[in-house]
Design a protein around this ligand. Structure first.
Ligand code: HEM
Length: 474
């Protein structure tokens, strides 16, 4: 059994090793896994016991309904997991590629026309993709109300603090505290934030569904999407008198999960990738040269065509740029906590049933046993030593672990790939210059909520050539 390090405090550290820290906070066991090995041993290898989630009381206040991310281990969890996992396997995602290409090119055209709006236009890309795939809804303008909706939702989740880590998560009764009293202490700021942002989450669940429901019921010309498939099936079963596994609330929750878990995360990853390329301009130059080799160039140095998904297997350096993006600044630094269903023991430490287990993905990404100079954005680190690289392992953890691992990883990374490759093909992306012509380096700062969002930074975007503009128009 591990040694007691601190006693007599509301927070007691019971067991401690480099890899795992076990706190007892007001009677609840909280385990933080700091190493890839510990996360793999427990969350992957013993996945069945670590497949639960704690109760997210603060997120309940925020209005999260039946959303897979927050569902406890239950038949309903299994239903949602099945619905979403089957829709976004690597092969199922191939069907979404035309949407991703079309939206990436639309975004690139819009950025060239209005370079200062690059950030919101990239948000338009990621929102448009998930709304088309989830609901069959098209977003064509950066001023579309759905873009505002995703900004609002990001504010709600990005600034809600560590998930399951607020005082109301420990004492659910406190969720009923009137605002007048809650305002007295900083401890309750997240509670006030959750109440204020509740309408944002409600809108996310209701608005896209309300837009497409009538046309699905009326069997109008369907635009293929998750909701059309699932709700169409639901209605067909109902008409034939067959039972349905999922209720309408389940389908709304599952579709809402795609919109929220998919849009802001993909956008954030694209932004982090641009940030990484600004901090390491050599990586940008190398990725561009590789694209020229793979796609081919004309006598003016212009690419012969725009990159597609068929090029991806040969754009190996770019693939490392994408891996490095997820390692360098993991979107969910403390992961989304799992919870244990039964008592367990690990390396002599007892892990009681109901423990809350955080995979500390940020610590894993900074583990110098695996990653040299971990703060550097260095795509070459994954190349074999024989090819001049560092032979370091691909990141493990940015998309979670075991039975709760992200079901949207393939969809997300194809979106990031096609957007970044289209940007590299059509634009120079660089740091803006000061009066003396020196680069203004971006600040690398992130928010610390469920998903860490980068602080705003400046980026100069200049079209590569007229030829590339023409290719984008086709
Ligand atoms: C680069 C973008 C993304 C990142 C970095 C990311 C990361 C994560 C992480 C860390 C988790 C928690 C895993 C765990 O608990 O072990 C998660 C869960 C989840 N993600 Fe993603 N995700 C991304 C994109 C997407 C997309 C596009 C979708 C849409 C289909 C999606 C849907 C989900 C859902 C539904 C869950 C909850 C799974 C569960 O609790 O069983 N994610 N994601």
């Amino acid at each position: 059994m591990g040694q007691a390090i601190q006693h007599g405090h509301p927070i007691e550290i019971i067991d401690y090793s480099d890899a795992t820290v076990h706190f007892n906070v007001l009677g609840r066991s909280i385990i933080v896994l700091n190493s890839i090995e510990a996360a793999h041993d427990l969350l992957d290898e013993r996945g069945a016991n670590y497949a639960d989630r704690p109760r997210f009381v603060l997120f309940e206040v925020m209005g999260w309904g039946i959303t897979l991310t927050f569902l406890r281990w239950s038949p309903r969890f299994k239903l949602h997991r099945r619905l979403l996992q089957a829709s976004f396997t690597q092969s199922a995602c191939k069907a979404y590629r035309p949407i991703q290409i079309e939206e990436a090119r639309r975004a690139a055209r819009a950025i060239i026309a209005d370079p200062k709006s690059w950030e919101i236009l990239l948000r338009q890309f990621s929102t448009a993709v998930v709304l088309r795939i989830g609901f069959g809804i098209e977003v064509q303008e950066k001023d579309d109300p759905y873009i505002k909706m995703t900004l609002d939702v990001e504010e709600a989740t990005g600034q809600g603090g560590v998930p399951a880590g607020n005082v109301v998560d420990f004492f659910p009764i406190l969720r009923h505290l009137p605002n007048g009293i809650a305002r007295i202490s900083k401890l309750f700021r997240p509670l006030i934030h959750a109440r204020r942002t509740k309408p944002f989450i409600q809108r996310l669940h209701d608005a896209p569904w309300a837009e497409v429901e009538p046309s699905i019921r009326a069997k109008e010309q369907p635009k293929p999407s998750f909701v059309h498939t699932q709700f169409g099936r639901y209605l067909a079963n109902e008409a034939a008198g067959r039972p349905n596994d999922a209720t309408i609330e389940d389908l709304k929750g599952a579709a809402g999960a795609i919109a929220i878990a998919g849009g802001n995360t993909t956008w954030s990853t694209i932004i982090v990738c641009i940030l990484g390329l600004l901090t390491n301009p050599d990586a940008r130059v190398k990725a561009r040269r590789e694209m020229e080799d793979v796609v081919g160039v004309d006598e003016n140095g212009d690419l012969l065509r725009l990159p597609t998904f068929d090029d991806r297997p040969r754009l190996k350096y770019l693939e490392n740029v994408l891996h490095e993006t997820t390692r360098w600044q993991p979107l969910s630094p403390l992961g989304v906590p799992h919870a244990t269903l039964a008592d367990d023991e690990y390396k002599g430490y007892r892990i009681p049933a109901g423990s809350v287990v955080y995979p500390n993905v940020r610590a894993m990404s900074r583990d110098e046993r695996h990653y040299s100079s971990p703060e550097e954005f260095c795509p070459e680190r994954y190349d074999p030593v024989t090819q001049g690289g560092r032979g370091e392992p691909l990141p493990n953890g940015p998309f979670g672990f075991g039975r709760r691992a992200c079901p949207g990883e393939h969809l997300a990374m194809s979106g990031v790939y096609i957007m970044i490759s289209t940007l590299l093909a059509t634009m120079h992306i660089q740091c803006p210059k000061d009066h003396h012509g020196n680069d203004i380096k971006p600040n690398v700062e992130f928010s610390d909520g469920l998903s860490g969002v980068p602080e705003k930074f400046e980026c100069s975007v200049v079209p590569q050539s007229r030829r590339m503009k023409e290719l984008l128009r086709v």
